[in-house]
Design a protein around this ligand. Sequence first.
Ligand SMILES: [Cu+2]
Length: 439
Amino acid sequence: MTDRHHRRARGILAALAVTASLGTATAAAAPAPPTPPTPGTFPTTRPHPSVSAACSAAYRITKKLDGGASWDMCWRYSTDAGLILDRVTYQPPGGAPVRVLTTARLAQIHVPYDDGGAEYDDLTGAGFGWGLQDLKPAECPGGTLSSVKVPEVGTVKGLCTTTRARGHAYRMASDSGSGVYQAQAKDLLVYTVNKVGWYEYISEWRFAADGTIGANVGATGSLSPVDYNATDGRGWPIGKEARGYATSHAHNVFWKLDFGLDNGKDRIEQYDSTVTAPVGDGGPTVKTKRTAVTKELAGDAKNMRWWRVVSGTGKNADGHARSYEIVPGHTDTHAGRGFTKHDVYFTQSRACEQYASNNIGNCPAAAGDSVDKWVNGETLAKPTVWVNIGFHHIARDEDQQPMPVHWQGFQLAPRDVTAMNPLTPPDLASQNGQPDSRS
Ligand SMILES: [Cu+2]
């Protein structure tokens, strides 16, 4: 801990974490043999055999949401990554199941302090996985708490699966009379709470009936009590008068997404739109350009720029290639490290490339141990997507005590997964291509 550049393990879990980083990533549940779908989990439709989840009932999450859409996935637990979701499959109402993600999980929470004195890799260097918290039923309202076997810790009632209202799914006034087409939606929520030192991270996945996926991490718990030395201007006074300077720091959260849309080969596309000033009597014009991302890329978020993952095999009923768009939430991109400098990384999938920094995937010595090093010109035959969302945390008086949850994350929005809004009511189903002009 004397070397200021050394990545410190922190808190009471430090000793455990050191043991852990010497070991291998361990899933709580050994891969279970494929089992037939549990009868009754899909009230009206049986999952297609090729996309049914290959896990036992205890490690399977299936939910049919209001409006008739279903989600189906398997979960496992790693003492490094925490919760891992596999074979995430969306089934629109009346349609066939669509495999969206092969595997999705956190890939690091990197916490550098502004004075350069401390820098933590919470997943692979500070015991994130071992810090899984027991949840009380009240913390999982209306849902189910599942038991998670955490090596060296025991069984933790740590996984909540529930639904939560999110308001309107859509609304449209009818063109005849005073009718209104509207639907109130509920999302499927899957979350854990992991304690790392004084922080507690709520790691949440949200699955909407319209096919949207949300990934968010909420940080709560308490500010680190050993980092109250910011008299160098790199903090914020949170005690009486000008005392108790909590040191500012960043939480750079990384997710690792392996898609396999429709069980096929994915490709990546980047879109950029440029806006011109008004020309003559006309208005401003906008031109949108598509760039195929065929080689590994460290991508930077930019105004009017977005990326999507496109299926190489799957098409919707209109003949359009299915895709998911990456929709980042607010981010503070931290320029301090090669792996935090960029907002997305697309790398050729490799078994040893597991964590965005402080990688423990046993890559060859020359391979580097962070995601930026793995962007080295390879062709993206099987892309892995890394999303980096940063939060620069300048503490405030309200952060004590406990600290209110601050959230950071992104969405995966379906783009042409179905030919229309999957929740379209039957009366409007004919309006594909052009809305009814009477409206
Ligand atoms: Cu913080």
